[in-house]
Design a binder for this molecule. Structure first.
Ligand code: ACM
Ligand code: ZN
Length: 641
């Protein structure tokens, strides 16, 4: 009794709560509590390469060793041990999250993966040097170590290239601020200083400042120069590098294209110290390559049998050029098509298969699968969130991603890490960039750094981290941050199976579902499964046509209600139907119209809308016909009572 009393008094006098642990994201590998409260302000010393620490990390992979550190926190102050300056910087990231009342402890820490990236697309909507540096400061607290800058795309070229001035005087400026406006106004470009010009670019001095800020936190900035697709802006400014002046892709048949690309890359290499240069490679339409005389001549001369091989020819030549200048190439997983160039690293975005295929061939891979790493999706119920590209990627789903899951053992040595991608089509404002990034990136950072496994209390730690980011106490600057405390979580209807007369009954499809959104196939609309917020969750069935489906109840029975719920998400072109007709039949041949529900569809987000009606009479067959407004219709369940 007496003993317990003494312990309690002791805790009160030191000011800490019994059992308190440090709250750091990403969670360190090992924390040993030594009793008492630490002084986190007073630096007692920094030691690089001590014999004791060298011994402590001797079993770690050399690249991981570089970032390892030991942070000893006592009542007198803190001491850092590391093998390199980078390790010291990582220790200071941990320290940045520790405040008053931190329990005294010894933290021994090192990363799970050597590549923990964040991609910022500054083409679709330009972001300034100061904004980028602000994000570097925030990302550094999470030990993110790569900032991948998507610098060029059809929507705007964003980097000064002295040899090709029209890239910044013309290709960096478009007509129309938002994605929709640019589309509505015909995807036109403008010129610097023109009244209708929207855009901007980083000067070389801007880049030098960004690089200096990144260097301070041991963050590598990887530049991406897109080729040969996503290049309309280049072809409009320098038509000689397209098959035709109207082409969307660069022309791999023309030598002028290689002269241009090498000229651009020369300046990129001179500016960026990154060993890796990202060359894009995704989503090239290649349409003009089939009839362009130069492309056809190239294919003949090089013995190439497809346009995929022609793209591969371009990527290989560029890789050879980069290697001649001491650099290596990264590309999106399309660079596998037509044959991968010898030393390329693949960024796997269309799921993980591209990465696996590359690793099987002995190439390094970085995982960025869309279903877990695409931060352009809303992070909560899309119907309540700002307009986004479509779909939903909540914090918990980001946290659930394990890059090693499903990866064959022999591939794992080539798995370098993971990256979040923030595409900016629907992110016009800088504050919105921050809102889409934080705190989701904390979940990705935890996966990248902390040992595989539990992610104990990650949500609580991320909330605390996000609060300090939001209020300016973490980096000295305030941020717009999504509030995880207010997250709605899953759509309530999706959590409880729907019970009704049609449950488990056969559905006859007069119009087929779309193969990309099959959901539960012929049972999807009567399986009791209601959809979650995301149209791609496997419960929503998609139609790229009107919908005409009939439920067979098995026998004639009284029917009092029938209806179906449709999804509205204009970002990915999913709209409500403008009309739903409910028909009943006893024999499946003669149908009588039982209800017609008309709706004014605006194209604005409307969430989930049930088109249903109270009915009277008997039926065996309940038919639902939905007339499209335009593009997609998504239905989760037909309810009959
Ligand atoms: C990509 O999302 N097109 C790489
Ligand atoms: Zn061509």
């Amino acid at each position: 009794m007496k003993k317990i009393f003494v312990v309690v008094l002791g805790l009160i006098s030191t000011g800490i709560v019994w059992g308190q642990e440090i709250d750091v994201v990403p969670a360190p590998v090992e924390v040993k509590y030594t009793g008492g409260v630490a002084n986190v302000e007073n630096e007692l010393g920094v030691v690089i390469g001590s014999r004791a620490f060298t011994q402590a990390v001797k079993k770690l992979d050399p690249a991981i060793k570089e970032e390892a550190y030991r942070l000893t926190l006592t009542d007198k102050g803190y001491r850092i041990e590391a093998m390199t300056e980078i390790g010291v910087i990582r220790a200071k990231s941990t320290l940045s999250q520790l405040g008053e009342g931190t329990p005294a402890c010894v933290i021994f820490d090192y990363p799970r993966f050597t590549y923990r990236g964040f991609m910022l697309d500054i083409s679709r909507h330009f972001r300034t040097k100061d904004f980028i540096i602000k994000q570097i400061e925030a990302l550094a607290t999470l030990k993110i170590n790569v900032l991948h800058l998507h610098l060029t795309d059809a929507a705007g070229w964003r980097i000064q290239i002295d040899r090709y001035p029209r890239l910044t005087s013309q290709a960096a400026w478009r007509v129309g601020e938002t994605w929709q406006e640019w589309c509505d106004r015909g995807y036109r470009y403008s010129t610097e200083g023109a009244p209708d010009a929207y855009g901007g670019y980083l000067t070389k001095d801007d880049v030098r400042e960004i690089l200096a800020a990144a260097d301070k936190y041991a963050i590598t900035v990887i530049p991406e120069i897109e080729m040969p697709g996503h290049s309309q802006e280049v072809v409009r400014a320098y038509p000689e590098v397209g098959c035709y002046p109207t082409s969307d892709d660069l022309c791999p048949g023309k030598e002028a294209t290689f002269e241009f690309l090498e000229g651009v890359l020369d300046e990129i290499i001179d500016l960026f110290p990154s060993h890796y240069i990202h060359i894009g490679g995704d989503e090239a339409g290649k349409a003009d390559w089939h009839n362009c005389p130069d492309c056809q001549a190239r294919m003949k001369a090089e013995g190439l049998s497809s346009v995929e091989e022609l793209q591969s020819y371009l990527v290989r030549r560029i890789e050879t050029y980069l290697r001649s200048r001491g650099r290596d190439l990264i590309g999106w997983d399309e660079i596998l098509e037509g044959g991968l160039s010898p030393n390329a690293t693949v960024m796997s975005w269309r799921g993980t298969q591209g990465g696996i295929d590359a690793m099987k061939e002995g190439h390094d891979a970085i995982m960025t699968p869309g279903g877990f790493c695409y931060f352009d999706k809303a992070q909560d119920a899309p119907v309540f969130e700002p307009k986004a590209i479509g779909g939903c990627l909540p914090f918990g789903r980001v946290a659930s991603y394990d890059p090693e899951a499903g990866i064959p053992e022999e591939c794992k040595p080539y798995l370098k890490g993971l990256q979040a991608n923030l595409w900016h089509e629907y992110i016009p404002e800088p504050y919105h960039t921050e809102y889409m990034t934080y705190p989701r990136i904390a979940a990705l950072a935890e996966t990248g750094w902390s040992p595989a496994g539990e992610k104990k209390a990650l949500r609580e730690r991320a909330i605390k981290w996000a609060d300090s980011l939001r209020d300016g106490s973490l980096t000295g600057k305030t941020f717009k941050v999504f509030d995880l405390r207010a997250e709605r979580g899953q759509r309530p209807e999706s959590l409880v199976p729907a019970e009704h007369l049609a449950r488990g009954k056969k559905v006859i499809y007069t119009t087929p579902w779309h193969p990309s959104y099959v959901a539960g196939a012929e049972l999807a609309l009567t399986d009791g499964r209601r959809g979650d917020w995301s149209f791609a969750d496997g419960a929503w069935q998609g139609f790229l046509s009107d919908v005409d489906v009939t439920v067979d109840l098995g026998s004639v029975m009284p029917v009092h209600y029938a209806g179906a719920t449709f999804l509205s998400e204009p970002g990915p072109w999913i709209f409500l139907p403008r009309k739903v007709t409910i028909l009943l039949s006893e024999d499946g041949v003669a149908f009588r119209e039982a209800a017609v529900i008309d709706k004014e569809v605006s194209g604005e987000p409307d969430g989930f809308v049930t088109y249903g009606s109270v009915l009277s009479g008997q039926a065996r067959y309940v038919r639902i016909k939905a007339d499209r407004y335009k593009e997609w219709l998504f239905v989760d369940e037909i309810i009959v009572n």
